[in-house]
Design a protein around this ligand. Structure first.
Ligand SMILES: C[C@@H](N)C(=O)N[C@H](C)C(=O)O
Length: 211
């Protein structure tokens, strides 16, 4: 059974901040959608993963560090959608369903700069990974789950390549999203059997949403 980010066994894990700085992925030679910040420990591992890929294939990061206000907005928006699609659902059950797609704000790995949403690109553009990044379970009929059976053989092969290089570099996947990989967050601590996460919330100046 998939352990979700809202599960008590994840949320109870403490984060003991290491002070690892935020770095710009561009300076690590990792293609990204504009300026993307992540913790140095994560950037180092992404650079290693990139070097493991076959010639002509690269990681492409869609999103790293996320402002807490944006995390709250995505969370509240998707939870409202869960309530709309499941009339009468309890608040607690909606929180569980929501966490298949978006982390509760208090423990959000993107807010700590400890997670990336990423895909593979080659000479002819983005690879087929089965769904677009950020396809919800409802939009993709569950094909967003890493192990989904309802994707093509090519997409399965591409997901396996992504997982091979990222796992070998020390990252972990959130199993409900093939594109979400992390290092040093609570989910990483849980899967790696550590007693604490390495990173708490972080802010890059460019992510401030205040005027
Ligand atoms: C909203 C989606 N792109 C995402 O980032 N989900 C993960 C689980 C998160 O919110 O940390």
């Amino acid at each position: 059974m998939t352990v979700l980010l809202s599960a008590e066994r994840i949320t109870r894990i403490p984060a003991i901040e290491t002070g690892d700085p935020l770095v710009d992925l561009y300076t690590y030679g990792i293609p990204a959608n504009g300026l993307q910040w992540v913790r140095q420990g994560l950037a180092d591992r992404l650079a290693v993963a990139n070097s493991f890929l076959p010639v002509g294939v690269r990681l492409h990061v869609a999103e790293g560090l996320r402002a807490i206000e944006i995390q709250r907005e995505i969370y509240n928006g998707y939870k409202a959608e869960i309530h709309r699609l499941n009339p009468g659902i309890s608040h607690a059950d909606a929180q569980v369903l929501a966490s298949r797609f978006v982390s509760p704000v208090e423990v959000a790995p993107h807010v700590a700069g400890a997670a990336v949403d990423l895909t593979l690109i080659g000479e002819h553009g983005p690879f087929d990974l089965g769904t677009p990044i950020d396809a919800t379970p409802e939009q993709s009929n569950g094909a967003c789950f890493f192990d989904a059976a309802n994707i093509s053989r090519e997409a399965r092969t591409n997901r396996a390549l992504l997982a091979d290089v990222l796992t070998a570099s020390g990252l972990v996947n959130y199993p409900t999203e093939w594109w979400h990989w992390s290092f040093g967050d609570r989910y990483w601590a849980y899967l790696e059997q550590r007693d604490h996460a390495l990173y708490g919330p972080a802010t890059a100046p460019q992510l401030s949403t205040s005027a």
